[in-house]
Design a binder for this molecule. Structure first.
Ligand code: 3HC
Length: 295
């Protein structure tokens, strides 16, 4: 089984920065690449804040935040990932964009480097086929917020070798995560079940079954969910939720995966959830308040 020592992460957004933080805190020298310094600065600040919070709460050793930041390198240059043993991609859910990067990295990295995608809905097989190393390509799907959520879905597609798959399972455990194994089908296990649930909550709001606050409270207090579905959709990002739903609808052609009209309108209006300051809730208020969506 290949040994993973140096880790590369493509993308320093919500997921990429969380993955990089987790890898660095687990002791892996980690290079994070994004396209601009401003994005890297935001990612670095988020990682610092998250590490400090975890140390403050006693979930990390007090020395870990500085040590983890010392293991992280933030770069804009793709070449800086060429000596990594594993590269995890966490950019937007756009197959062409991802495959352009994979082709470039395929030419830059030694044959042994394992490529992994954190996609939640795109086909691992299609990305693997864009490279000359389809046997060394695997899915590693993390959950937001990555430093807190214990799960990783490890996805073995038709071309993934046993060695690559075993290395991905071993790496997930060394991060302190618990891996589950999922087939290469859009949404894997968790989003296959979660996305229709989030879309149903939006449909319920659209149809006037309940208010934003009551739909969320219903699932929190009635079913013990840590966040209600509309809060969770805001947390994942409404643009991301709509994009994942579109990709899943494309794969399965089942109405339950189709983004409801309200979601589409919120996305075009710039209501992208917590990260944009507004979604189903207005995040400029503490605590956030439900937005009047004209329903
Ligand atoms: N790093 C460090 N600390 C963090 C953090 C982070 N990234 N995010 C939150 N925290 C801290 C908070 O600051 C807070 O600290 P405090 O107690 O000192 O105030 C603490 O964690 C608890 O947070 P909250 O008070 O906000 O409340 P919760 O107890 O609800 O915990 C949560 C937060 C763990 C996010 C919990 O609400 C939860 O589990 N929510 C569901 C998340 C979920 O379902 N994620 C999966 C989304 S789907 C996905 O990612 C797949 C993708 O493909 C779409």
């Amino acid at each position: 089984m290949p040994t993973i020592t140096r880790v590369g992460v493509l993308g320093c957004g919500l997921m990429g920065s969380g993955i990089a933080q987790t890898a660095a805190a687990a002791g892996f020298p980690t290079v994070v690449r994004d396209v601009g310094d401003a994005l890297l600065d935001t990612g670095r600040a988020g990682i610092r804040k998250s590490l400090d919070k975890l140390a403050e709460k006693g979930k990390l050793d007090p020395a870990t935040p500085d040590a983890a930041l010392g293991r992280l390198r933030f770069v804009t240059d793709l070449d800086a990932l060429s000596d990594c043993d594993l590269i995890i991609e966490a950019i937007t859910e756009d197959l062409e964009l991802k495959n352009t990067l994979w082709r470039e990295l395929d030419a830059l990295c030694p044959p042994a480097t394992i490529f992994a995608s954190n996609t939640s809905s795109l086909s691992i097989a299609e990305m693997a086929a864009a490279t000359g190393r389809p046997d060394r390509f695997v899915g590693l799907h993390f959950f937001n917020p990555v430093p807190l959520m214990p799960l990783v879905e490890v996805v073995r597609t038709v071309t993934t070798s046993r060695d690559t798959f075993d290395a991905a399972l071993d790496f997930s455990r060394r991060l302190g995560k618990e891996p589950i194994v999922a087939r290469d089908r859009s949404g894997f296990i968790v989003n296959l079940l979660l996305v229709p649930f989030l879309l149903d909550a939006i449909r319920a709001l659209e149809r006037g079954v309940g208010t934003t606050a009551d739909i969320d409270r219903g699932m929190q207090l009635g079913c013990g969910h840590p966040m209600g579905p509309l809060t969770l959709a805001d947390f994942v990002g409404l643009d991301t939720t709509a994009r994942i739903a579109d990709i899943m609808f494309e794969e399965y052609r089942e109405p339950r995966y189709a983004p409801p009209p309200l979601l589409r309108r919120m996305v075009v209006a710039g209501f992208h959830g917590r990260k944009s300051g507004r979604g189903f809730y207005d995040y400029s208020a503490t605590p956030p308040v439900p937005i009047d969506l004209g329903l």
